[in-house]
Design a protein around this ligand. Sequence first.
Ligand code: NAP
Length: 300
Amino acid sequence: MSAIKNILLIGQNGQVTTYLQRALSGDEALKNLQLLVAGRDILDLSDVASIEPALEGISPDLIINPAAYTAVDLAEQEADAAFTINRDAVAVIAAYCAKSNTPLIHFSTDYVFAGDASEPYLESDETAPNGVYGQSKLEGENAILASAAPAIILRTAWVYSNHGKNFYKTMLSLAASRDQLSVVGDQVGAPTYAGSIADATKQLVALIVEQGGINEGQSGIYNFTCQGQTSWAEFAKAIFVENEITNITVNSIRTEEYPTPAKRPAFSVLDGEKLKQTFDISLPHWGTALAHCAAEIKVG
Ligand SMILES: NC(=O)c1ccc[n+]([C@@H]2O[C@H](COP(=O)([O-])OP(=O)(O)OC[C@H]3O[C@@H](n4cnc5c(N)ncnc54)[C@H](OP(=O)(O)O)[C@@H]3O)[C@@H](O)[C@H]2O)c1
């Protein structure tokens, strides 16, 4: 292991990338590190052949990859694009990390699971994605594990924030023009604020920097969501409460009443114990994180 001096963060305008960039550049303990935020002009994950030479040129000491093809429904039509970015590009990054012993933090998803469980999923539970997006992310995970790169894979879920396209912002914008909303009430998960992801990732980065890399036994998959669980309908109600919006009624509907091209897991709560036990890191309860997100917009 050697001193970590420069970090490559892949992706520029995504939710997690945006909050992570803010968190890492504002941190006193990490202020001596160089952070390169690579947009598509520097690293285009759809151009797989260009990735290794680009990484050789940058020569990062730590790579963080929240970039992904994330259009869950469109992926059903654009499978090639999803697999290129979520599997093939990730395999090249992992091979580079294995060869150069560069630590990698990579983000994955609860959509690797079928969603027919009734207890929170453990990292070791059987995967069975419902659609192309989940399958492509799972194959990205498998490519990293097969490469034997020093790598931490963070499975997150239901990501929202004040930035980009997400359920939180959609609810707020619909509330401006509607007094009734129908929202799916039979899918259960853990809404996870991108700000909470960034804070917890920053703690992980600080640990990796302090250790000079990822220690033996730390590589692998970790669940990485806010704590607790709720449905989309209950989450919508909580968003309105936090934002003091009272003139809207949320009607809870069944998944069959809101058909989507890609099937979603009915239950995708992830158990966060492994993250806590290994790194002493945990994300806040989803309700606490939601209050932070709502406060952020009021302040900003
Ligand atoms: N959103 C969710 O609800 C959710 C749930 C579970 C897991 N996750 C996972 O969490 C991670 C972060 O998600 P997010 O919500 O932050 O995603 P997001 O807001 O959709 O952002 C996706 C990022 O990927 C980048 N990207 C896409 N195609 C690229 C390409 N060809 N080359 C380079 N960069 C490319 C985008 O680049 P630009 O900046 O150029 O647009 C953007 O920065 C992803 O790995 C995702 O699979 C997300």
